[in-house]
Ligand binder design. Sequence first.
Ligand code: XIL
Length: 319
Amino acid sequence: DKPLRDLAARQDLRIGTAVDMEALGSDRAYRSRTAREFNSVTAENVMKWEVVEPERGVHDWAEADELVRFAQRNGQAVRGHTLVWHSQLPAWLTSGVADGSIDAAELRRILRDHVTTQVKHFKGEIYEWDVVNEVFNEDGTLRESIWLQKLGPSYIADAFRWAHAADPKAKLFFNDYNVEGVNAKSTAYYDLAVRLRQQGVPVHGFGIQGHLDIGYGFPQDVQANLERFAALGMRTAFTEVDVRMTLPVDDAKLARQADDYRRLLAACLNVRRCTSFTVWGFTDKYSWVPEWFSGQGAANLLDEEYAAKPAYTAVRHEL
Ligand code: XIL
């Protein structure tokens, strides 16, 4: 059987996975399957700020660089994740803001240096960057974060400008969850994209994480959502797809899951500017879901023994 990446390449689509660097280092089956099935990879954690700058001014690119080398050896493109987020920030930064030793002006310089240094470090090696991650609430208001609180909403445009200056060829994305369909949150991104692009801010893409739960029902108007961004001249991408369920697994749940994967992929294939479809891990052996959603799991394409689930077959057939 042809691997997923061969099927995707014929459609001009990149098919990707998040990579868990611990599993990549210790599990040969994980390593070979990552190389075989995918032509794009995203660091699940090792490009996040808390990992790349654990102490102020001290950068540690070791694991991120290792992933980039793995990708290059295997003819894979790399999605960059993520530059500006409210989560997984280094302790020196959050505590400095909390105790007032880092004021707003300094915080802005710190953010500028972070974006610039990180994007420059990977210049030419990353095709799409998640520049700002999860900045809106469900109702379309901006999320409370140190960034919004100390710098105001202009931090978003600044981050895109800094990233673009550091690597003019990389495509720069928003990224969020619960924005698969047309809703208040995805519309907030749409409206912001229109405004920023009118102002000449280099915003090129809308990343839809795609963390679904079979209990919620498939989101409304996914394709229409992709199309409205395409009509602005923007790319779209599914960046973190997984479809969780309440355990235990049964055949009906696996069928529902397969259908959800298939429908997200179909929407992407139907819209020309949808450039990549990335799953947030590909085996139930390694997944963030059981840790983060109590009682839930089995969210990936392969089971814990790397056997294909109905979702894997559905994705193959759709490609
Ligand atoms: C998750 C990772 O999968 C976990 O290993 C980590 O503990 C927390 O972050 N949205 C994102 C991703 O943008 O970075 C998150 O990844 C999942 C939700």
